[in-house]
Write a protein that binds this ligand. Structure first.
Ligand SMILES: Cc1cc2nc3c(=O)[nH]c(=O)nc-3n(C[C@H](O)[C@H](O)[C@H](O)COP(=O)(O)OP(=O)(O)OC[C@H]3O[C@@H](n4cnc5c(N)ncnc54)[C@H](O)[C@@H]3O)c2cc1C
Length: 302
């Protein structure tokens, strides 16, 4: 990473919120559910489907966790009413995991039960490594009762190959991603190339199992590896989909769709946009750099 990008990354937490918002708006559909509906409609027009995320995390107050459950109920009803090709993604700490696992499980159960009633799938997002065990436990508890629920594995974590083997054998619907949360070396790989190969190995374990796989990456090398692996292992198109984040590489999105693959876009919306946006910008400071360069170019030309 260049020195400028490293400086931009370091400066992010000190940057005023309105500036962060300016650069991060590409990653978020907007503040309201209607913004999310419009974005999903636009994506459907491009041949994509969506997973809708009500922004929010690290909730410390049971009242706020209950509000998140209510917000998801509204999203579920809207998906049906507006005939959206979409499911939902939910964060455990938004459901109250930071307060207690029982509370989070009970809140998640309400969301999953309502989604099951409406025939909609629920993805439980994976957060930092302090939550991995509890998240997998809650997933397993819910999977005993419902079939419309799946979880996420992060290739960055050293434990993931073993989790992929187990969940694959159980027929779990798994989203596989690199993992956005930087973890200590004792439990996670740090080198990008090792994380890439760990992704390929975990994907192979999932393909060897019985479940459905959501391949969540914008890394073209990995997408190629995934397609080659699927062909080599005789995994049919119906057993996997690609997933990408809103605001990241729409050109690659079009390439995947026009090759006839299912492509789901993660569509976050809501007023709690800040932590999600900072994570996205830290992942790619080039976005800020390009924005600043364009701004100063315009100034010089004026
Ligand atoms: C649908 C979806 C759901 C996810 N859910 C989770 C989750 O539950 N838990 C979790 O820990 N992580 C999650 N992630 C994030 C994931 O772990 C990675 O951090 C993220 O996808 C970047 O990794 P990459 O595989 O795209 O590879 P990278 O090597 O990071 O990126 C490949 C290329 O994509 C582009 N790119 C990547 N990120 C950005 C960005 N922010 N802005 C602009 N361009 C970018 C760049 O061109 C980059 O060169 C999810 C990702 C997706 C796509």
């Amino acid at each position: 990473m260049s020195v400028v990008n490293r400086l931009l990354k370091t400066a992010l937490p000190l940057t005023p919120k309105f500036i962060v918002r300016f650069f991060a708006k590409r990653y978020v559909a907007g503040d309201s559910l209607e913004d999310a509906v419009n974005t999903v409609r636009r994506l459907m027009g491009e041949g994509c489907c969506a997973t809708v995320d009500v922004l929010g995390e690290a909730v410390r107050n049971p009242e706020l966790a209950a509000q998140a459950v209510a917000a998801y109920r509204e999203v579920l009803a809207t998906i049906i009413e507006r005939k959206l090709d979409a499911n939902i993604s939910v964060k455990p700490t938004q459901m109250g995991l930071g307060i207690g696992e029982d509370l989070a499980l009970s809140n998640l159960r309400q969301v999953v039960a309502e989604a099951a009633r409406l025939g909609i799938f629920v993805r439980i997002d994976m957060e930092d490594a302090t939550t991995t065990e509890a998240t997998l436990r809650m997933y397993k508890a819910l999977r005993q009762e419902f079939s419309n629920v799946g979880v996420v594995l992060q290739a960055r974590l050293r434990r993931t190959l073993s989790d992929a083997r187990n969940l694959g054998q159980e027929g779990t619907n798994v989203r596989l991603c690199k993992g956005i949360y930087l973890e200590p070396r004792a439990i996670a790989y740090e080198e990008p190339e090792i994380i890439r190969w760990a992704f390929v190995h975990a994907l192979e374990a999932l393909f060897s199992g019985k479940g459905y796989v959501a391949i969540a990456t914008h890394d073209e090398w990995l997408i190629e590896q995934a397609l080659a692996l699927a062909e080599k292992m005789g995994v049919p198109k119906e057993r996997f989909e690609f997933q990408m984040l809103l605001g990241v590489d729409p050109a690659l999105r079009r390439i995947i769709v026009s090759a006839g693959h299912k492509l789901r876009v993660y569509v976050p919306f809501g007023s709690h946009w800040y932590p999600y946006s900072v994570r996205r910008l830290r992942e790619n400071p080039n976005i800020i750099r390009a924005g600043l360069e364009a701004f100063f170019r315009r100034r010089l030309e004026a």
